[in-house]
Design a protein around this ligand. Structure first.
Ligand SMILES: [Ca+2]
Ligand SMILES: [Ca+2]
Ligand SMILES: [Ca+2]
Ligand SMILES: [Ca+2]
Length: 302
């Protein structure tokens, strides 16, 4: 009788344990409002990774998180991931470029620890001028003049002042009779003989020789370095309103950087006009070799 009672007690205990175990499986079911569905309707019951320290081995057809099916990130430095079988966001690889890039600004935006930062980049500004060397210097585009004699336009050379010219010395003048270099132009020897010869509009200038300077004789605009042969058949002095880009440092150091602006005309070049320094531009901002468009620049800084 005593043995029977003790057996009954063990049986009741076992049933109690079993019901506890069954209760635990129900408690371990996840809160499905916190799990993003990953396509299709999930099965019922079953959970992966229950809490509470007891492993549930039952349950089939539970939802499995798939990063590809999670809501995508709006932040270019974040990516959808699964964490504890729930959709979340993680950092993209450090150094990943964001879509927010500007060509030619010597900078790029990359992700570092999940945050977009702007870093220096080897992304020089192509100023479309062959006789400048386009580089980045500490995150700033620079377009320095190429050295005199550097090749340009296949058969010409740079003059060291950003211009592509015929010659900088006699070495480039090898086709007779033009065997001498005078003011960046290959000429015949009579263009440098100190007398006005046939075809010259003044001494050693005009016609087949180098163009003439202000107040020298001319027959047409092409005879004048500054491009304006006045009504008195003398080359007119350059002005900031003659409609001519009076360029260069030849004879008179008056180089406008664009038509009637920059250089001796001061900070008068508008957006997209050519410049050498900030002082050539109305907005006082010369980027590369071009005056910056103020409105565009403001929007870029946002
Ligand atoms: Ca860039
Ligand atoms: Ca260039
Ligand atoms: Ca001559
Ligand atoms: Ca001018």
């Amino acid at each position: 009788m005593k043995r029977t009672n003790s057996f009954l007690g063990m049986l009741i205990g076992a049933v109690a344990l079993l019901s506890t175990a069954t209760g635990c499986e129900l408690i371990a079911a996840p809160d499905r409002t916190l799990i993003q569905p990953t396509g299709g309707s999930g099965g019922t019951g079953g959970a992966t990774g229950g809490s509470g320290g007891m492993t549930t081995t039952g349950g089939t057809g539970g939802t499995v998180c798939d990063p590809a099916a999670c809501p995508p990130s709006d932040d270019p430095c974040k990516v959808a991931i699964c964490d504890n079988n729930m959709c979340g966001f993680g950092n993209v690889d450090n150094g990943t470029e964001t879509p927010n890039q500007t060509a030619g600004d010597c900078k790029h935006e990359v992700c570092v620890d999940g945050v977009a930062v702007v870093e220096n980049d080897d992304d020089p500004l192509n100023d479309m001028i062959e006789c400048t060397v386009d580089t980045c210097l500490d995150g700033t585009p620079t377009n320095e003049a190429a050295s005199a004699g550097a090749q340009c336009e296949t058969t010409k050379v740079c003059d060291g002042n950003k211009n592509c010219v015929e010659c900088v010395d006699d070495a480039q003048c090898t086709t007779a009779p033009e065997t001498l270099c005078d003011a960046n132009q290959c000429v015949t020897p009579f263009c440098v003989n100190g007398t006005q010869d046939m075809g010259e509009t003044d001494v050693d200038c005009g016609g087949p020789c180098k163009p003439c300077d202000t107040d020298q004789g001319c027959g047409a605009d092409v005879d004048c370095f500054h491009g304006d042969c006045g009504p008195n058949s003398k080359c007119a002095a350059p002005t900031c309103s003659d409609g001519i880009k009076n360029n260069g440092t030849y004879l008179m150091d008056d180089g406008e950087t664009d038509v009637d602006c920059g250089g001796p005309c001061g900070a008068t070049c508008g957006p997209n006009k050519a410049c050498d320094v900030n002082g050539d531009c109305k907005g006082n901002e010369c980027t590369g070799s071009t005056c910056t468009h103020l409105r565009r620049r403001r929007s870029k800084q946002r």
